[in-house]
Design a protein. Structure first.
Lengths: 197, 636
């Protein structure tokens, strides 16, 4: 989710469920969902080792008889087929790029960003998402802050910076999300874990 | 020869070795059995990121002392010391054996604990498989724990000369340190457990080399002195210490003297005049007749200084009415418990505080009778909601703490309405919404939320959330939530998100609906108050730089500062949810530059923790805004 953004991650999850239902039918899907979601929470090591330590791969095989590698291969094939089917529409989508850096200034660390790609006649409203991170790497969840970036109409480049919100020695996650014409959701163009020198 | 002596010492320590091994193994087994092992990761289970690291250090130090007591003092008390000295063995070897043996036992314990941590985390995909484990951090954890063990043994050898009085001295030292370290920050350096305080520059560990070297040297000196006393020409000193230390009256008198000295030092520090900020918060106190007076009503016992009689007697006439309305609102039987209200103490930070049957209020924080009644209603809401939830609104504070404050604000304003007070809260919430983007997920991890934002932000955000609850789920929703929380079968072990989902279902409502209303009310407030929010300058920067005995923290405001706006920098030396921060103030230059001067001893291991904030008044009510707490390296 951190790398591709929440909306794209939801899309991946949705298509996985869709493929699962198509291959094994709704009853098997619902049985598996119940096994996964209605089971008791892991409250102790005993639960974890003996009762509830059931990841998706073994559960899939148990409920549908299909192994995880086989299902993933089928999912990939479905994605490839969808990419072929939607190729004309995908070609219409502009390719956007974003880069993120952190710079030390007299007031602390600035996050600077540069966006490039096909100009949009009405401009684009992108988001710079950021949050402080601890020294260790865990998946970043709560606490993402946003700053709106307006990409001017007709411009192929946009740049800017978030000033002085992070200090020397701090780690942070920074990500750029932009909307694409033809897609209902924003696309994550870049996501980096940075450190203010 | 030395190896044989060490083996003999180790065999004497065998009961301790078994006990320590059991104390290392049992918590790991308990953790494995009673807590979800896939939630903890290796990094957060070490003292590097664990808030219990102070206690880890004290525990290592205490065990080192106990092991040292099994050395010379035990031989001396058992009368076997003269026999040991009569052996054809150099006395220095005897002393070394009694130093090495406890050191080896503690080192073994440290390594066993780390090995067990590894074993438990092998199964956790986010520990070794994820990126929370780093070999250099593991190296520092082991190296610093071992260093503290041997430092503890060094100091322990000297303290054991004083027998039980050594333990008393140690206890007095730690108690005094805890009391004084906030006012005299340099005292922290005397604590050997500070060796475990590691800061981080990004992912690079900053080791407290100066503290480590100073305590290593101190331990070596202490050990040398102990050697002189136990096996050197001054061994008779040890004998005389042993004689008087065995007299409880004498040892008690010396202990009392030291404790008295500590208290005297504390009083002197507490009585020292504090530097006055250019603009102060709160209201100045006035000298009043302090004779205590007790006034009883149907539901309260009010205790106040006689000088406040006019204000408190006026409040007392309204108190029972407020109590009964709130009790009805929260589903509590009125009059079940008489609430004790104390108006006799001052507070620098809180207008009031409450438990399930007591209230403590500082009447000087409320400038008029209306504000006093509103604060009283706020605290009474706390009391009654603690009772309605079987005190779980307090004990389960991490998940529901924000609601406790929000509910108290909302009901106090419902009973004593004030458009200006409500708008000030809305402006605070809208400012935070625009600039800090708070989420419900942050609020329901209340300790983390307060560590990150301080204690004030939960009030306006909780107030708007409670209003969203009332508008989405009806007037009785708080009563149902409190009753569900207080039930014996409330699923308190659920994660906070799950617990709230459960509580809202019990209130015949839905968490998604309430949170959507909350977001929408925050957005509406931000939109309605957009012009005012625009006028509040943004706070940028916060770069600390060492300048002599002070740290200069530079920041900037973006936008013009309206008259009367106060800019502050809060500084803390520990990460903790409770407000124990020192505040410093600065006036912006014509270019908007702010420079705060902070005593350099508030920087810990070259890092300064601070929070930039501002405060202004809107129609007589204070509005606060503060950036999240930050930690920055202090540049030279």
């Amino acid at each position: 989710m951190e790398r591709i953004g929440e909306e794209a991650a939801n899309s991946v999850g949705f298509t996985l469920v869709e493929v699962l239902e198509r291959r094994h039918g709704q009853p098997a899907l619902l049985t598996m969902a119940r096994t996964l979601l209605v089971r008791a929470s892991v409250r102790s090591g005993f639960d974890w080792f003996f009762k509830a330590h059931a990841d998706l791969p073994p559960l899939l095989e148990e409920n549908t008889g299909e192994s995880w590698p086989s299902f993933m291969a089928a999912y990939q094939a479905e994605l490839d087929a969808a990419a072929d089917r939607l190729a004309p529409a995908l070609r219409e989508l502009p390719t956007l790029r974003a880069s993120l850096h952190v710079e030390s200034t007299e007031l602390g660390g600035d996050i600077s960003y540069e966006l490039s790609g096909m100009a949009a006649p009405a401009g684009r409203r992108c988001q710079l998402n950021h949050m402080p991170l601890p020294a260790y790497d865990l998946a970043a969840s709560e606490g993402l802050k946003s700053q709106s970036i307006f990409w001017q109409p007709g411009e192929e480049h946009a740049a800017g910076r978030l000033r002085g919100q992070y200090q020397s020695g701090q780690r942070l996650l920074a990500a750029i999300d932009c909307p694409l014409p033809g897609l209902a959701s924003a696309v994550r163009l870049a996501a980096l874990r940075l450190e203010v020198p | 020869m030395l190896a044989r002596l060490v083996r003999q010492e180790l065999s004497k320590l065998l009961p301790w070795i078994w006990l320590l091994a059991a104390l290392s193994v049992l918590p790991q087994i308990a953790d494995l059995l009673w807590s979800a092992p896939d939630r903890a990761v290796w990094a957060t289970s070490t003292f590097l990121f664990n808030s219990l690291r102070d206690y880890t250090g004290i525990a290592i130090f205490a065990v080192a002392l106990l092991l040292c007591y099994s050395g010379f003092p035990r031989d001396s008390d058992d009368g076997t010391l003269s026999f040991v000295f009569s052996l054809p063995v150099p006395r220095a070897y005897i002393f070394l054996a009694k130093v090495i043996a406890p050191g080896l036992v503690l080192s073994g314990d440290v390594l066993l604990t780390e090995l067990l941590q590894w074993a438990c985390h092998l199964w956790n995909p986010t520990s070794f498989g994820g990126r929370t484990f780093r070999a250099d951090w593991q190296g520092w954890v082991i190296a610093l724990s071992l260093a503290l063990s041997w430092i503890g043994v060094g100091y322990g050898q000297l303290l054991t000369v004083l027998r039980r009085f050594g333990l008393l001295l140690c206890f007095s030292f730690y108690s005094t340190l805890r009391l004084l370290e906030r006012d005299v920050p340099w005292l922290r350096a005397l604590d050997p457990a500070r060796v475990l305080h590691v800061e981080f520059q990004g992912q690079r560990a900053i080791i407290p080399w100066t503290t480590l070297a100073a305590h290593a040297l101190g331990a070596l000196l202490a050990c040398s002195l102990a050697a002189c006393i136990w096996v050197g020409p001054v061994e008779r000193i040890a004998a005389s210490f042993a004689r008087w230390a065995r007299r409880p009256l004498l040892a008690g008198l010396v202990g009392l003297t030291f404790t008295g000295l500590g208290i005297a030092l504390l009083m002197r520090v507490a009585g020292r005049p504090k530097a006055k900020p250019p603009v102060s918060y709160g209201h100045d106190s006035v000298q009043l007749d302090s004779t205590p007076v007790v006034l009883r009503t149907r539901h309260y016992e009010l205790r106040y200084p006689k000088g406040l009689a006019t204000r408190i007697e006026l409040l007392a006439t309204a108190a029972d009415g407020l109590h009964e309305k709130l009790a009805e609102r929260l589903g509590v039987g009125a009059g079940e418990h008489v609430v004790l209200v104390d108006f006799q103490r001052r507070s620098a930070t809180h207008a009031g505080s409450a438990t399930w049957n007591t209230i403590r209020m500082d009447p000087f924080m409320a400038s008029d009778s209306e504000l006093l009644e509103r604060t009283f209603a706020h605290e009474t809401t706390h009391v009654l909601s603690f009772q309605a939830s079987d005190r779980r609104l307090s004990t389960e504070g991490d998940a529901v703490g924000f609601f406790s404050e929000g509910l108290a604000e909302a009901l106090a304003l419902e009973l004593r309405p004030s458009e200006a007070a409500s708008e000030a809260l809305q402006l605070e919430a809208a400012l935070a919404y625009r600039r800090l983007h708070p989420s419900f997920g942050e609020l329901i991890h209340y300790a983390n939320f307060r560590e990150r934002h301080g204690p004030l932000l939960a009030y306006p955000l909780g107030f708007i959330w409670t209003r969203a609850l009332l508008s989405s789920c009806g007037r009785d929703a708080p009563r149902h939530i409190l009753a569900a929380l207080g039930r014996a079968d409330a699923p308190l072990k659920l994660p906070a998100e799950g617990l709230w989902q459960h509580l809202l279902q019990r209130a015949h409502c839905d968490i998604v609906r309430v949170n959507a209303a909350w977001e929408s009310q925050l957005a509406a407030a931000a939109s309605a108050l957009a012009a005012e929010i625009e006028r509040v300058p943004d706070l940028v920067g916060g770069t600390p730089r060492l300048a002599g005995d002070e740290v200069r923290v530079r920041a900037r405001i973006e936008g013009a500062a309206p008259d009367g706006m106060v800019f502050s920098l809060a500084v803390r030396t520990r990460v903790e949810a409770e407000q124990r921060a020192d505040a410093f103030f600065a006036t912006p230059s014509s270019e908007g530059e702010l420079e705060f001067l902070v005593p350099s001893n508030l920087a810990v291991e070259g890092m300064l923790q601070f929070q930039l904030g501002l405060r202004f008044e809107r129609r007589g009510f204070p509005v606060h805004f503060a950036r999240a707490w930050a930690k920055s390296r202090v540049a030279d």
